[in-house]
Design a protein around this ligand. Structure first.
Ligand SMILES: Cc1ncc(COP(=O)(O)O)c(C=O)c1O
Length: 374
């Protein structure tokens, strides 16, 4: 018998997102769990990809295809020398964890959190320190708790606004406080902004506007252009650090798929000029409101998101694991977003990047289930 694999393979367990998708398929449930859109990506993106295959087929530099970096620099008003292309936001977060912390270091993360943050920190050998957000009629950042949890070992603050799963956008004064803490304690900021274009009232403020010298911004074409499987994302680095981050990511995927980088490069200016993001937001707002009013009518406490395509809602006593089997509607249980503190009772996350028909049918199924379960 060969010797056992390294203990870090304990992190290889199936994520709750994959589990719920598997259960959804097994029980014929409408899948409002995992956050991938039901509708296809826009035609202009697909056309650009078809054109790029056969032209951009070999490795690109690890830092990314020049014309995509150029398009991003223009779109996000940053210097092209600060743009690194990655395989989605996921690889960006992994490369940043590897670049910023290691054994003995701590990274402060808000709870509830996007699942990738914890294994990334642990694979780097660092300790994640989780700071719970407050849930009192709505989600609120607890800045006092954030400050209390910064220690002499803290290397970075990992901030996610617009936030998954809560849908919160942090205010300018909250972000300013985060930045002053980072400056006082000399910390890096990882700002996960993959939902930067998915907002329903005011646009989010990017942390790099407040602290360009210490902020790494993570972005995702998958989220902006409804193509989560394409694996095109980016990091905006402080000045001078892009080659190092590109050098770190070269050891995982080397480069993001070349034709898809080329297609995104063409799609980004087109999306901006034609009002694509505005239309995207309007469509999502309609679906958010459809889901929110349906859940409210069923007695859920709904925390209306300002952004993202996720909605958190609570009905104490209800379990996502039961719903997927008995109501045939899949959601993500709140505890999937908590490790160090208890999740609020009956909390679930519903994805509304699904068709109106799917959302309506999901509400009908929940209604029928709740009537029989009473
Ligand atoms: C907050 C957050 N960050 C990063 C990612 C990963 O983005 P990508 O699909 O581009 O890897 C996601 C995906 O769901 C997310 O919700």
């Amino acid at each position: 018998m060969p010797s056992p694999l390294h203990p870090r393979t304990q992190l290889s367990t199936e994520s709750i997102f994959a589990t719920m998708s598997r259960l959804a398929a097994q029980f014929g449930a409408i899948n409002l769990g995992q956050g991938f859109p039901s509708n296809p990506p826009p035609d202009f993106l697909l056309a650009a990809a078809r054109k790029a295959i056969g032209v951009f087929d070999q490795y690109t530099a690890p830092i990314g295809l020049f014309k995509l970096r150029e398009a991003l620099a223009e779109d996000l008003s940053v210097d092209i020398d600060q743009v690194v292309i990655t395989c989605g936001g996921t690889e960006a977060l992994h490369a940043l964890a590897q670049a910023l912390y290691g054994p003995g270091d701590e990274v402060v993360i808000l709870e509830p959190y996007f699942d990738v943050y914890l294994p990334d920190a642990k694979l780097a050998g660092a300790t994640p320190v989780l700071v719970p957000m407050k849930l009192e009629g709505g989600w609120r950042l607890d800045l006092e708790a954030l400050e209390r949890n910064i220690s002499s070992r803290t290397r970075a603050l990992l901030i996610n606004s617009p936030n998954n799963p809560t849908g919160t956008i942090f205010s300018k004064s909250e972000l300013e406080r985060i930045v002053s803490l980072a400056k006082e304690r000399d910390l890096w900021i990882i700002s996960d902004e993959v939902y930067d274009e998915l907002y329903f009232s005011g646009a989010p403020l990017s942390l790099r506007r407040l602290a360009p010298e210490r902020t790494f911004t993570v972005g995702s074409a998958g989220k902006r252009l409804e193509a989560t499987g394409w694996r095109v994302g980016w990091i905006l680095t402080p000045a001078g650090l892009a080659p190092t981050l590109a050098g770190m990511r070269q050891w995982s995927s080397f480069c993001s798929p070349a034709p898809l980088q080329a297609a995104v490069a063409e799609a980004l200016p087109f999306a901006r000029q034609t009002g694509y993001y505005q239309t995207l937001r309007e469509g999502y707002k309609k679906r958010r409101d459809l889901l929110a009013s349906g859940l409210r009518a069923l007695g859920f406490e709904v925390f209306l998101p300002q952004s993202t395509y996720f909605l958190t809602a609570r009905k104490p006593g209800l379990e996502a694991e039961t719903l997927v089997k008995d109501a045939k509607v899949a959601a993500i249980p709140g505890r999937a977003f908590y490790e160090q503190h208890p999740a609020p009772d009956g909390l679930m996350r519903f994805a509304f990047c699904k068709t109106e028909n799917e959302l309506t049918r999901a509400i009908e199924r929940l209604d029928a289930y709740l009537k029989t379960a009473r």
